[in-house]
Design a protein around this ligand. Sequence first.
Ligand SMILES: [Zn+2]
Length: 224
Amino acid sequence: MNTVRLMNTVKYNEVRLATAKFPMVGFYTAVASHSCTPNSYLCYNERTDSMDLHLVRQVKEGEEITVSYFQDDYAVPKGVRAQRLQKWNFTCLCICCTTNTAASDTRRTAIKRLFSHYDQLNLARMLNNAELSPHRGRGRVSPGVVDNDLYDLLDDLRQIVQHMKDEGLYGLAMTWVLADYAAKLQEAGDLQTRRAVTREALRILEMCLGIFHPDTRALAQVTS
Ligand SMILES: [Zn+2]
């Protein structure tokens, strides 16, 4: 392989994972194409110092294996994704970029708006509650006070999860949202729904990282 070809191979196939310290090029992972609604998830395996490719949904025989080149940075409309994909010199033809673009853009824009609302309200609530009840710690209100913000936050998270499911975004990001959702349900005292949400987070974490990953094992211990 000549130098130019080698440099292009690295340029177009390297992946930068949040879980890994360096950009990497994998022999098998390099053949996975991009989709904005992928059927697989790439993660760094610390134990073997390699990249693992996990299916996050069932695939049909002959179906192409796809990952998102944006990993967990998905809440952007088609136009922005298309611009970013110019780095790899191709136009995405996934269902979100072709037939379902309008619905997909609406959902992803809603996810971004809901996250923004959630982050602002969550921070304001934590600061407010810490001020009001410093002896009770952050994120708590005095007994007997109806915490409407908590129910607004739960509603944000519920909608985000639903939009992500409708978009088929079963990546690690969904487990982070579900973990937040479970924590807020615990605060609200809805332990039954919390258990179901935590189990769902575990199921997706198992798909993304595998059952032997330390994060999966830690969550499995919490849910058992
Ligand atoms: Zn696409």
